[in-house]
Design a protein around this ligand. Structure first.
Ligand SMILES: Nc1ncnc2c1ncn2[C@@H]1O[C@H](COP(=O)(O)OP(=O)(O)O)[C@@H](O)[C@H]1O
Ligand code: SF4
Ligand SMILES: [Mg+2]
Length: 384
């Protein structure tokens, strides 16, 4: 569930609790080959009704890498394309979502997979073993009418193999590592609290020791105390397994607490990326600055003014910089050219003409990057 950037955070969070969540995490990630390399990815929802085609450009030319043993946070307000991006990275693409260009390359300790140039069976084979998903609603993975142990057997057994007794020992050891009672295996999901169900879902997603864990708003529905416990558990399991974690939430305070690096999305595009500490210390994109300035602070009586306007309709996004109708710094060029995501300092990328002025004058024709991969021609007059 998303929120307006003017009202970030969970309802009911006290300022002290929020402040603790904001405590920055020391950067410990090793710099290594990326576990996933996403290049110029484009994934749209394409629907046809009464002969009219509608395209929701939810992910439009996104490039990012998640390194080994790091927590990469994906930020941005609701409907900016975070879930669509990670579904596409995880290979969970179902109609009407279509991948129209770009690539997703995995390197699972030397086992390489070019996701959208591989057969469906190869795509399916990476789930659970190499890559796993933790969703907001734990019920989507735990079978509501069967005891928790059955969900473990159904999803994880074939990936771990061995005898069922060995499998049960592996599961129990994993639960113990995550400080969960083995008794949870005998419970039905409805007998567990929301926080406990989410912990069990995390245990299930990580029992096969995947190299990449993707978590989509896994704590958004929980109250702040339970949320903090679940976030702590996610961090522990990532450290223990030395996995990479791609963590999605609209809540910047959670990102500050958890993530090594942060990518900020706006209207289907990545607009800024940097180590978390750098983003919070010196955000460069006006949208990122707004997200951070909107966080409540102790002693601050008034909230920052809300941004004017609303996020754009991704079926007809604004030309040029998609943030320009709301941007306090917008210039003429911003409605005419797409600001490229440029590396400003090592590790810090930003897409904003106020930070990196355009090479060509505003009135010049819009250039199209030769690296842009798309199997679909843009509509006439489209300069996105
Ligand atoms: N099944 C769908 N069909 C059409 N549009 C969709 C569908 N699912 C999501 N969208 C649209 O895609 C955009 C991005 O959504 P989403 O990836 O869920 O964003 P976020 O996770 O950041 O909230 C939104 O405009 C949303 O309305
Ligand atoms: S490119 Fe222009 S409109 Fe977009 S964020 Fe920068 S200044 Fe604002
Ligand atoms: Mg989402």
């Amino acid at each position: 569930m998303g929120m307006h950037p003017g009202t970030p955070g969970q309802p009911g969070h006290s300022r002290n609790q929020r402040d603790e969540l904001r405590e920055p995490r020391p950067a410990t990630a090793a710099i290594d080959a990326p576990v996933v390399d996403v290049t110029n990815l484009r994934a749209w929802y394409v629907t046809r009704q009464f002969g009219v085609q509608r395209e929701v450009r939810a992910v439009d030319d996104v490039s990012l890498q998640v390194r080994r043993n790091e927590i990469y946070g994906l930020a941005g307000e609701s409907s900016c394309g975070k879930s669509t991006l990670i579904k596409t990275i995880a290979g969970a693409v179902r109609p009407p979502l279509e991948v129209l260009g770009g690539s997703v390359l995995f390197d699972f300790h030397g086992e390489h997979l070019d996701l959208y140039r591989s057969p469906p069976a190869a795509r399916a084979a990476i789930r659970w073993k190499h890559l796993s998903y933790v969703m907001q609603g734990s019920m989507s993975v735990l079978n509501p009418v069967r005891r928790v142990r059955h969900s473990f057997v159904d999803f994880a057994y074939r990936h771990i193999g061995g005898s069922i007794a060995d499998f049960e020992n592996t599961v129990r050891a994993h639960l113990e590592r995550l400080q969960l009672r083995p008794g949870v295996l005998e419970a039905y999901p409805h007998e567990l609290s929301g926080g406990m169900r989410q912990r069990v879902a995390i245990a299930l997603a990580t029992v096969c020791r995947p190299e990449l864990i993707i978590a989509d708003e896994p704590t958004t529905a929980l109250d702040v105390i339970v949320q903090k416990g679940v976030l702590g558990m996610i961090r522990e399991v990532q450290r223990e397994l030395q996995s990479s974690l791609l963590f999605v939430t609209h809540d910047m305070a959670v990102h500050a607490y958890l993530c090594d690096r942060l990518g900020v999305m706006y209207a289907g595009r990545l607009i800024e990326e940097a180590p978390t500490a750098d983003i919070f210390r010196a955000p460069l994109h006006p949208y990122t600055r707004h997200l951070i300035a909107s966080l409540p602070r102790i002693g601050q009586a008034a909230r920052m003014d809300a941004l004017k306007g609303a996020p754009p309709n991704l079926a007809a996004p604004p030309a040029g910089c998609r943030f320009h109708p709301r941007c306090p710094l917008a210039m003429e060029v911003c409605s005419q050219q797409v600001p490229p995501l440029e590396t400003l300092t090592p590790g810090h990328r930003v897409a904003c003409f106020a930070v990196t002025p355009p090479a060509t004058p505003a009135s010049a024709p819009v250039s199209v990057s030769p690296t842009q991969v798309s199997t679909r021609a843009a509509p006439p007059g489209d300069s996105r």
